[in-house]
Design a protein around this ligand. Structure first.
Ligand code: C2E
Ligand code: MG
Ligand code: MG
Length: 767
């Protein structure tokens, strides 16, 4: 789950990063596009400027040609008034020409638009700014454009344009000079300044003076702009940018008629512009169109802002989506975690929780007790009142445990009726456990039915009885197992002896199958005497001499075989051997007596038991009525209906049924009434104390009475060792005995000799 959580987080980060990258790329692409779009547009403007300038000067050239030719043909210019008239008419074709003059090749003014006589105007050669271009005009037939200057008469900046006229011999006749108003040049559509280009700029390549500089805003110091060339460093930089952006060297670019763009800080206003340039080769001018970089930035910003807004919306949607998924996942995970870590019936933590939290618990408590709690007889509660009732009972019990745990500890349900309580028992653990146990065992009422019950506890201590969870559980489990061995409601603290017992049990369990195969089991037979001296029967008792374990008592290995499922197999071996040996003894001795076989619960309840038993006795030519089946009370915790029906069937074919160790189990009198018994065996523990303890005497007496009342054929006292015991029991009505007083269990050969010495029935007639 945690893994899944981090995967989801990872996925959300990855998706978000991906979207971020996509948006960054898109943003970059958009801004590049916008920039390129501006650059393309601006380059178009620069082309437009170049073409307009070229056309304009071509037009001016034509006009000058017309006027000049007219004036110089036949010295027409000498008629001042007529000449002026020609000028005026011609120049009306172009209103941007605001001054004119005709100058002799020597620099003398022949005609001007001024009202003063031309001879009064000083020679053009005396004017520093004009001299060079004037002389240049005399060298060429083309139009010569001079530096833009301040025209006093109009108080405006003007572009001087000159053209020389020659006679047939190529000698200059005169120079036509006009001044073009910079601001009203009609060279360009000035609406350009509003819609696109923010500065229209024609730069003289020859001296880097501005020929024309039109700005969308009014400029204060127009004169300085024209009088100061752009700095050589700025010019160099511009050239290198042109070269770099166009991919051509400057000369090639000039001839290419192409335009290019770059970012450049304008020296006039110190603002950054996107400058597009095109060279006008015929005029030696750079045609520049300027667009403010900030305008482009704004356009990019607006566009990118839209993208960012979209990005933010998408990121928010995505994050909300992921958060929602995560929330649902979290919710689901919590639910799953809860079900994974909690018991569905009681809501208590479960075994998984314990496994996952073992380290935390260990760290938290440092030293603690593992109380493994088993509710005694829960099966009975379920059997009697039904499972729904049992569930309610368990819920109440669990609540009780949870309340105790809330003070200090952890409560866990391990399985059906097994709970674990982890706590610190303080300085007096025995006393604390007793108090705790009493609290737990307070009667529980379900549907107004009150259940009194006990609990058995197996306790392991951390760290003495185990440092790891598995060891602690197994130690507590061993202690609990031990607690449940003898009587209910016990508390057992784990110790080494318990563990050793378990190890031995495990060893026994492991050795039994091999012992069966290798025929290590033998039988002894203990005579049962019909008082005073007749052989009534013999009880087959198993013996095991194990090569590894030595002599192992049936008291030790029968329960192991029983609990490990080996009993039916072992039981079959016993029945087979006993029938075979006793059949032989009977044949030999011609003595009739009962063969008592101890049948354990698992063996008896095995589905094949009756069938197998019948087959075995028939094989050995015995009849059911010669066989007594000894059952202990422990068998009656099982399903009574099936049990009684099997017993009825067995009894019907002649088997005798004996209740072994009577008085040690928990059979009730009413139960006893239902069981079809022939015999009752008073347990040795009562016989032992019969002469010393009144209570034992009473119990024995009562059992004998019950046997008589229920008309059992045999009331047998087990373990009679002394004459006084026998005497007392006879007095009370006991008719049959089995004990060392009469005989110890005997190997089959000794039994034969024993039979020789005792009275015995030739025909079976024992009732
Ligand atoms: P149990 O069926 O009650 O057998 C009587 C036990 O008391 C036998 O112990 C017997 O040796 C012992 N005993 C009889 N008289 C005296 C006496 O006067 N003094 C003393 N101290 N002991 C006496 P054993 O043979 O050790 O068997 C113990 C138990 O093991 C049996 O108790 C029976 O429950 C079980 N067992 C023995 N053999 C078998 C068997 O073949 N099958 C099954 N299922 N259980 C068996
Ligand atoms: Mg017995
Ligand atoms: Mg017994």
């Amino acid at each position: 789950m945690i893994q899944q959580k981090s995967n989801l987080k990872k996925l959300s980060y990855i998706t978000l990063s991906l979207i971020t990258v996509i948006f960054i790329v898109a943003g970059y692409d958009r801004s590049e596009n916008i920039y390129q779009q501006y650059a393309r547009e601006n380059e178009n403007y620069s082309n437009l400027i170049a073409n307009s300038a070229e056309n304009y000067f071509r037009k001016v050239d034509m006009i000058l040609d017309l006027i000049g030719n007219h004036l110089v043909t036949g010295d027409n210019y000498k008629n001042t008034e007529a000449a002026k008239d020609v000028f005026s008419r011609m120049l009306s074709l172009n209103s941007s020409i605001i001054a004119y003059a005709l100058i002799s090749p020597e620099g003398k003014y022949l005609l001007t638009h001024l009202d003063i006589p031309p001879e009064k105007i000083p020679s053009v050669l005396t004017r520093e700014a004009a001299r060079d271009s004037f002389l240049q005009t005399l060298q060429t037939e083309s139009l010569v454009i001079g530096r833009t200057y301040f025209l006093n008469k109009t108080k405006k900046m003007a572009i001087p344009v000159r053209k020389a006229f020659y006679d047939e011999n190529g000698e200059p006749i005169a120079v036509m000079a006009v001044a073009i108003d910079v601001e009203n040049s009609e060279m360009f559509d000035t609406s350009l300044l509003q819609s696109g280009s923010k500065i229209i700029h024609l730069l003289r390549d020859i001296d880097q003076h501005r020929q024309l500089y039109l700005h969308d805003a009014m400029l204060d110091d127009n004169e300085t702009i024209y009088q100061t060339p752009i700095s050589p460093s700025a010019y160099r930089k511009a050239l290198s940018l042109i070269s770099e952006n166009s991919g051509m060297d400057i000369e090639r670019f000039k001839q290419s008629n192409q335009s290019t763009s770059f970012r450049f800080t304008n020296q006039v206003d110190q603002v950054e512009y996107l400058v597009s340039v095109r060279y006008i080769e015929t005029l030696g001018l750079w045609a520049n169109s300027y667009v403010k970089a900030s305008e482009i930035r704004n356009a990019i910003f607006i566009d990118v802002a839209k993208l960012i807004a979209l990005y933010l919306v998408m990121a928010a949607v995505l994050l909300t989506l992921f958060r929602k998924i995560e929330e649902t996942e979290n919710q689901k995970r919590k639910e799953l975690e809860f079900t994974a870590h909690h018991d569905s019936l009681t809501g208590l933590n479960n075994r998984n929780f314990l496994i996952q939290n073992a380290q935390r618990i260990i760290d938290h408590y440092k030293s603690f007790y593992f109380l493994l709690i088993d509710i005694d007889g829960l099966k009975l509660v379920n059997d009697i009142h039904g499972h729904a009732f049992g569930d309610d009972f368990l819920r109440i019990f669990a609540e009780r445990l949870a309340t105790l745990a809330s003070k200090r500890g952890e409560a866990i349900r391990l399985s059906g009726d097994e709970f674990l309580f982890i706590t610190d028992l303080g300085f007096n653990p025995v006393q604390t456990v007793e108090a705790f146990k009493q609290e737990l065992e307070a009667p529980i009422s379900v549907n107004d039915i009150q259940i009194n019950f006990t609990t058995s506890l197996g306790i392991a201590r951390y760290p003495m009885d185990g440092k790891r969870l598995s060891k602690l559980i197994s130690s507590a489990d061993m202690a609990l197992h031990d607690a449940k061995q003898s009587e209910k409601g016990l508390v057992v603290f784990f110790d080494k002896a318990i563990e050793e017992g378990f190890i031995r049990r495990a060893l026994i369990e492991k050795s039994i199958p091999q012992a069966i195969r290798q025929n290590q089991f033998s039988l002894v037979y203990q005579p049962q005497i019909r008082y005073p001296d007749t052989l009534y029967g013999v009880e087959a008792l198993i013996r095991w001499h194990s090569p590894e374990l030595g002599f192992v008592s049936p008291v030790e290995f029968i329960p192991v075989a029983e609990s490990s499922g080996l009993m039916p197999q072992l039981g079959e071996t016993i029945i087979e051997k006993a029938c075979e040996e006793i059949s032989r003894v009977k044949e030999k001795t011609r003595c009739q007596f009962q063969l008592s076989l101890n049948i354990s619960a698992k063996q008896f309840l095995h589905p094949d038991f009756s069938q197998h038993l019948m087959a075995t006795i028939e094989r050995h030519k015995l009849t059911p009525k010669e066989i007594t089946l000894e059952l202990t009370e422990s068998i009656f915790v099982h399903d009574m209906a099936t049990l009684i029906s099997t017993l009825d069937q067995l009894k019907a074919v002649g088997f005798k049924i004996s209740m072994d160790d009577f008085g040690t189990g928990f059979s009730s009198l009413s139960m006893l009434r239902k069981i079809p018994l022939n015999e009752i065996k008073i347990d040795k523990s009562f016989v032992d104390d019969i002469t010393t303890e009144r209570s034992a005497e009473y119990v024995a007496k009562t059992i004998i009475l019950i046997g008589k009342q229920l008309e059992y054929e045999v009331v047998l006292a087990e373990g009679a060792e002394a004459a006084e015991q026998v005497a007392l029991l006879v007095e009370q009505g006991c008719n049959t005995f089995q004990g060392y007083y009469f005989s110890k269990p005997l190997p089959v050969e000794q039994l034969e000799s024993y039979i020789e010495t005792i009275r015995c029935h030739a025909e079976q007639d024992l009732t």
